[in-house]
Design a protein around this ligand. Structure first.
Ligand code: ZN
Length: 213
């Protein structure tokens, strides 16, 4: 009914009712967002038994009117506590952000988008910026022979070792990456587009390196 594409949103019995919200009768759809996160967004450690469910946080998300009624998706979002870093985080759904990003691909003024989605034009600007931000991060070049070399860098618990990435033919430095933990390395390499990753034919690496695994 709501055309929600997020399969992590679940509805229980009596999920639908009317409510006076800021003086206006609204249709309210009450849902729960819950799924097993892949990793902790605070410290990047991969999900394991040291993650605990940690209550819910509720958002009232304004969604397009349903048969002329102002409509709200009241979403209870699962929170988790990561025992590795002792920080709590909330699962995200990106419903409104996604909607705005879709509209941005068409020609609309920021003010139109803001009033259609009943958010401020600041929110529209933030979403636009965040999408440009990801584009800026995207890297386009990796050499055919890639050398990964570990070295000791800044003294901090998690990132005591860094790795130096260079073109093994020319010796040119491609990047210095401050965190060699594997889950971060995977994330890191996905910042390179497919064409760049596909260009790499050989990787040279120290046999004693933990990265060898
Ligand atoms: Zn954590």
């Amino acid at each position: 009914m709501l055309e929600l594409k997020d399969s992590n949103i679940h509805f229980k019995e009596n999920f639908y009712f009317y409510e006076n919200f800021k003086g206006v009768t609204h249709k309210i759809f009450e849902g729960y967002l819950s799924y097993q996160p892949c990793f902790c967004p605070k410290c990047s450690v991969v999900f394991d038994k040291h993650f605990e469910k940690h209550g819910f946080i509720t958002s009232n998300i304004i969604i397009p009117d349903v048969v002329g009624f102002k409509t709200i998706l009241r979403l209870h979002k699962q929170r988790y506590l990561c025992k590795h870093c002792n920080k709590a985080f909330t699962l995200s759904s990106n419903i409104t952000k996604h909607k705005i990003a879709l509209v941005l691909t068409k020609k609309h003024s920021e003010n139109d988008i803001a009033s259609d989605n009943r958010v401020s034009s600041n929110t529209v600007e933030r979403v636009m910026d965040s999408f440009y931000e990801t584009q800026k991060l995207y890297k386009h070049y990796l050499p055919e022979v890639l050398s990964l070399d570990e070295f000791k860098s800044v003294k901090s618990a998690d990132t005591a070792m860094s790795f130096h990435m260079c073109d093994d033919i020319t010796g040119q430095t491609i990047d210095i990456v401050g965190d060699r933990r594997l889950d971060n390395l995977i994330k890191y390499f996905f910042y390179y587009d497919y064409k760049a990753r596909n260009r790499v034919k050989y990787i040279t690496i120290d046999m004693y390196s933990p990265m060898f695994l």
